[in-house]
Write a protein that binds this ligand. Structure first.
Ligand SMILES: C[S@@+](CC[C@H](N)C(=O)[O-])C[C@H]1O[C@@H](n2cnc3c(N)ncnc32)[C@H](O)[C@@H]1O
Length: 355
């Protein structure tokens, strides 16, 4: 089992609070068109699409519907869709999404949805079986905590001390190579992969890192719980939030190195996707709603990791500690709504399996 995360908060919570991730997918609609145009059609008119890190499926349904439309236009009529996520994902929620009115099965009743409950750091299906792979807002997760961390007062790539940052980056680099090596095995020759993940801009000094302000605020809230005796400080020192936004150089490294003979880089670039919560605040001025929605968005993706690695080791009920943490976060956001924007830089990468 991954000690990084057990998945998003289920039961419809992630779906209800992932408008930002939907916007990330939307920001890459041109790249999805390019992916579907660039892939080699498999013989026989049948193909398999894979979605790596699909969660409960609301955003997955939208991306897959678009991909099916684009591939149908290229003459592919018989398509299976492989939904991949961790075994601990809310698979019941995904099954419900497949039966919902927004499911691609409504528009493409000949297609089929299949589940692959395993880590995307290994091969999730048969070699040479995927024509199109997509992955939205997922591949920045680590497979595990970097070993031997000692960062008692920081939480993330952006604020890690100089002695600890190499450990975080080494874990991110080996995970990313494992992710791409598995995809290189699964993709058919001429198959294409589109990955969207949090990015970092190394062309500016200091380096700009997605979500740094939010993580800095989360760090403050966690330190407050440590001071109150709710979380042991030695446990916190060994923990980093296991998401690492990559630079273009870091993302491209395996394709220019170990996997160069198997994968061809078609595109790698950074785009700032605006926060829908910030945009709503600007148009409505409703600070309470901003604090509530921004906190719920944060909780949906972060609670599992914090609960498993921190709150579980705390002084009381982990669910009560989680409530305390996110209440603190919401209060801090409400008190100073401009202090912690969700400063995104989405890294988009398009790759093709060499023939
Ligand atoms: C923020 S959600 C993105 C969901 C969806 N793709 C979207 O765009 O809304 C990230 C997903 O990646 C999944 N994930 C994280 N690590 C994973 C791993 N090692 N293998 C498979 N899925 C993983 C999480 O469980 C979660 O469902």
């Amino acid at each position: 089992m991954s000690d990084a995360t057990q998945g998003m908060v289920g039961g419809g919570y992630y779906d209800a609070h992932s408008t930002f991730q939907a916007d990330v997918a939307e920001s890459a609609s041109r790249l999805l068109e390019r992916a579907c145009a660039a892939l080699s059609l498999p013989p026989g008119g049948t193909a398999m699409i894979a979605d790596y890190g699909c969660a409960e499926g609301r955003n997955s349904m939208a991306t897959i519907s678009t991909a099916l439309t684009l591939l149908a236009a290229r003459g592919l009529t018989s398509l299976a869709v492989l939904h991949n996520d961790l075994p601990t994902n809310d698979w019941r929620g995904l099954a419900d999404s497949l039966l919902s009115s927004s499911s691609y099965l409504r528009r493409f009743p000949q297609s089929r949805g299949l589940f692959a409950p395993c880590s995307f750091f290994e091969r999730v299906t048969l070699p040479g079986s995927i024509t199109l792979g997509v992955s939205g807002s997922a591949a920045h997760w680590l497979s595990r905590q970097p070993p031997d961390l000692d960062m008692p007062t920081s939480l993330y790539r952006s604020d890690a001390p100089a002695s600890e940052l190499p450990k975080i980056l080494a874990q991110a680099a080996s995970d990313w190579e494992a992710f791409l090596a598995a995809r290189a095995e699964e993709l058919q020759p001429g198959g294409v992969l589109l990955v969207l993940m949090l990015g970092s801009d190394a062309s500016v000094d200091p380096i700009r890192i997605s979500a740094a302000s939010l993580l800095s605020l989360m760090n403050d809230c966690a330190l407050q719980l440590i001071q109150a005796g709710d979380i042991p400080s030695d446990i916190y020192a060994r923990y980093c939030f296991p998401v690492v936004p990559r630079t273009i150089a870091e993302a491209s490294a395996p394709v220019e190195g170990a996997l160069a003979d198997r994968l061809e880089l078609l595109h790698c670039g950074l785009t700032a996707v605006p926060s829908p919560y910030q945009q709503a605040l600007e148009s409505s001025g409703d600070i309470d709603r901003f604090a509530r929605d921004y906190t719920a968005f944060t909780r949906a993706f972060s609670q599992s990791s914090l609960r498993q690695s921190l709150f579980r080791h705390g002084s009381g009920d982990p669910d009560v500690l989680a409530d305390r943490f996110y209440t603190l976060l919401q209060e801090r956001i409400r008190a100073d709504p401009q202090a912690c924007p969700f400063d995104d830089l989405t890294l988009a990468m398009l790759l093709r399996r060499r023939a």
